[in-house]
Write a protein that binds this ligand. Structure first.
Ligand code: ADP
Length: 407
């Protein structure tokens, strides 16, 4: 009981002293005194019962509402308040009690202050962690919003660019028709314009595709597909550029390449074309690009290997992110299939979007980047070997008749 008497003796002096020491401004001090009075009552209960957890609720409240206990401009945190309050208890006890009483009070309360201090630090770190994770969540939200706005902008800009582009395409092809066959130099100039416009259209189409993929709006048209058929079409399209660059394009037949699967043929063609044009772009003249693969349970794996400059370990994980071309942007040439000719960095993100929309996956393997040794890269594509059409009408058609393989 004696401890209760001692605490009562110092109560008002303690509240006044702590409030005066920590709070700035009369209004703030008055509120703080009320809080300190509540604290003191709970402190008393804790001392009398020997149970320090009486202090938990108020410490929790203070740690979670630091505003007023910031004590105006004082900028104190709960731990400094607690350690200051503990130190001031010694002064107050000395001034208001006999030496013997002061020592008794201090020995009875020091463990409680130690408890309050450690609890304060604990609650504070919890509050700080939750504050930081709230901040991170809000930053994440802002970034997502920014990414959506960027993607919307890209989509609008690309659609706006399409209209004049179509006009230029139309007029140049009409001019070509009208052009006198003898006028060779004008014909060459016009061909240059048409090549530029074609490249521009590819970029605009890529921008639209990337925004479709970003917004999960890529819709697939599942049709029967034989991969060896797609490879032959690609081989035909890329033959000329491979000849110019003296590259060997080696397409191997593998188990699964002649199997009927259901996929979006145009999109698969586009995805493989992106990987192949990259292989052409990043392989020096006279190199080799091989298409191979194998049948796995539930999947067909396609590999595109080249003898090019390779990709470093750290870059292998970022090249599938949009706008992540690795070369220096200012050095990028517009020649899509020239050695190291750059693009806007949309090819692989689109390829990944297409493959993932099919339920597949894509990754790259490379011993590293070396422009002299040319260690090469191998792109792996896993494509589900879907043998049933998703469209019931197409599925019925295929149940009723078996289509021949027409590579
Ligand atoms: P880009 O329009 O720049 O070709 P991509 O998305 O197609 O964009 O490719 C991203 C980057 O990945 C390229 O800039 C290049 O640095 C790297 N890359 C892609 N394919 C290969 C490859 N076969 N060999 C070496 N680097 C490659």
């Amino acid at each position: 009981m004696r401890i209760k008497t001692l605490l009562e003796k110092v109560r008002s002096a303690w509240i006044h002293r702590v409030a005066h020491d920590l709070a700035r401004g009369a209004g703030v001090r008055e509120n703080f005194e009320k809080e300190l009075s509540r604290f003191f009552s709970l402190f008393e209960q804790a001392a009398l019962t020997g149970d320090p957890s009486w202090l938990d609720p108020i410490l929790y409240d203070w740690a979670n509402a630091p505003t007023e206990t910031d004590i105006a401009e004082g900028q104190h945190n709960l731990s400094t308040i607690m350690s200051r309050a503990s130190a001031l208890t010694f002064d107050v006890a000395k001034e208001n009690l006999s030496l013997e009483e002061a020592l008794e009070l201090l020995s009875a309360t020091s463990a409680l202050f130690a408890y309050a201090l450690s609890k304060a630090a604990h609650y504070e770190s919890d509050t700080r962690v939750s504050h930081i994770s709230n901040e991170l969540a809000s930053i994440q939200q802002k970034l997502e919003q920014l990414d959506r706005s960027k993607s919307n902008f890209i989509s609008v800009a690309a659609h706006e660019l399409k209209t004049p582009l179509t006009l230029i395409e139309g007029y140049t092809s009409m001019m070509r028709d009208l052009l006198d066959k003898e006028n060779k130099s004008a014909g060459q100039l016009l061909e240059g314009v048409q090549n530029g416009v074609r490249r521009l259209r590819e970029i605009v189409d890529d921008m639209i595709d990337v925004s479709l993929i970003d917004n999960s709006l890529l819709s697939l048209n599942f049709q029967p597909l034989w991969l060896n058929n797609t490879f032959s079409l690609l081989q035909n399209e890329l033959l000329e550029i491979c000849n110019v660059r003296q590259l060997t394009l080696d397409v191997r037949a593998f188990l699964g390449s002649d199997q009927l699967i259901f996929a979006d043929p145009e999109r698969i063609y586009q995805a493989l074309r992106n990987v192949l044009t990259n292989a052409i772009k990043y392989t020096p003249d006279k190199g080799t690009i091989s298409i191979d693969g194998r049948l796995l349970p539930g999947f067909i794996e396609i590999t595109v290997a080249d003898t090019g400059i390779g990709i470093s370990d750290k870059d292998q994980s970022v090249i599938f992110d949009k706008f992540r071309q690795l070369g220096e942007a200012s050095l990028h040439s517009s020649g899509k299939t020239k050695f190291k000719g750059g693009g806007p960095g949309l090819g692989l993100p689109i390829t990944r979007g297409i493959i993932e929309a099919h339920g597949g996956t894509i990754w790259v393997d490379s011993p590293g980047y070396d422009e002299k040794a040319c260690p090469g890269s191998t792109f792996h594509i896993l494509l589900p070997d879907r043998s049933e059409a998703t469209d019931p009408k197409v599925a019925k058609l295929f149940r009723d008749q078996t289509l021949p393989n027409t590579p």
